[in-house]
Design a protein around this ligand. Structure first.
Ligand SMILES: NC(=O)c1ccc[n+]([C@@H]2O[C@H](COP(=O)([O-])OP(=O)(O)OC[C@H]3O[C@@H](n4cnc5c(N)ncnc54)[C@H](O)[C@@H]3O)[C@@H](O)[C@H]2O)c1
Length: 312
């Protein structure tokens, strides 16, 4: 059934792919974005009659209050994303990533539904060789991780909500990000023919951006059985080390040199496996393989010379 859906940050990496699918599914979609990076990511949708664009800021309380009215679903994606960006803009990070969520919660009615993505990046630090599930301690060390974890705690107080702790996302989007591990490795592999890897045995879990979109659509269609819950969301076959990832990329990029740097620490100390069983038992399983995502990005990065404006 057709829903009214507000997506904040709808022009972003996840947002632009999600909104495209929501429109294809015939929902009425409103996005709120301050277009920090680009407006072009939504060029293919502006003409659409079910699509409304509000250029504005999620810190604008009266705007949020007005936009929430009459929405069936609210999907808050607007954020300062990533630890480096939040470190550079501490106050703004707290206001955008956390305080704007409080504004939504103050104005939302009981029957309105929220779907919220956070990161699983607080798992696994100092938890070597452990499979992390939703009960594992989430101890984010970065300001970014803390703002997202705190927002998740607040959102779960609203019973009509579902939170997803996302694995590291990969794949092409209309608003491309190449600071994400797989995307960054593929870009460097294609453009520099060389990958330099610190602590190659560190393991991570990954998920294709279109599988996030599929999970959100699944959530809209199956909200009653999912609500008041938090789920890990990742591709279960993609719990792999950085070295294994580089070797997969090498199959698609001829003459790629993989250089392993010993005796140097990666600033990102995550090393963990993540269990996605809880959401899989509810009926959603991520299916888009790392190979498919790598292949698609190799094709795009090889053909397009467009500069990519990143978060950092
Ligand atoms: N991509 C990932 O790997 C990942 C992993 C875990 C969680 N998430 C979460 O998913 C959400 C979307 O992430 P993304 O990867 O699409 O990031 P992104 O940076 O591509 O998108 C964020 C969007 O929010 C907009 N925005 C920023 N500040 C705003 C403000 N003050 N007012 C209005 N709009 C604003 C930006 O213009 C951008 O379009 C974020 O909440 C992020 O924390 C992403």
């Amino acid at each position: 059934m057709k829903k009214n859906i507000l997506v904040t940050g709808g022009a972003g990496y996840i947002g632009s792919m999600l909104v495209t699918k929501l429109i294809a599914e015939k929902h009425n979609v409103t996005i709120l974005d301050n277009f920090e990076y680009t407006k072009d990511s939504l060029n293919h949708l502006y003409f659409h009659k079910n699509f409304k664009v509000i250029e504005g800021d999620v810190r604008d309380k009266s705007l949020i209050k007005k936009l929430i009215l009459n929405q069936n679903f609210i999907i808050p994606l607007a954020a300062l994303v990533g630890a480096p960006l939040c470190e550079k803009n501490k106050k703004k990070a707290i206001d955008v990533n956390f305080n704007s969520i409080l504004t939504i919660l103050r104005n939302v009615k009981k029957d309105q539904k929220i779907i919220f993505p956070t990161s699983n990046s607080g798992y696994g630090i100092g938890e070597k060789n452990k499979y992390c599930d939703e009960n594992s301690p989430l101890n984010p060390i970065s300001l970014y991780g803390r703002t997202k974890a705190d927002a998740e705690t607040e959102i779960l107080k609203h019973k009509n909500s579902v939170c997803y702790r996302l694995a590291t996302v990969f794949g092409y989007s209309y608003r491309m990000r190449t600071d994400l591990l797989v995307n960054n490795f593929v870009l460097n592999a294609v453009r520099k023919k060389k990958l330099t890897i610190f602590e190659p045995h560190f393991r991570r879990n990954f998920i294709h951006v279109n599988d996030i979109v599929n999970a959100m659509i699944f959530t809209i269609n199956n909200f009653q059985k999912l609500k008041a819950n938090v789920f890990n969301l990742g591709l279960s076959s993609a719990n792999i080390s950085k070295l294994m990832l580089a070797q997969k990329i090498k199959k698609y990029v001829k003459n790629l040199k993989i250089q392993i740097v010993h005796n140097k620490k990666d600033p990102d100390q995550r090393d963990y496996f993540v269990s996605n069983k809880k959401i899989e038992k509810k009926g959603f399983k991520a299916r888009i393989s790392l190979e498919q995502g790598i292949n698609e990005m190799v094709e795009i990065f090889s053909r397009s010379k467009t500069e990519i404006k990143n978060n950092y």
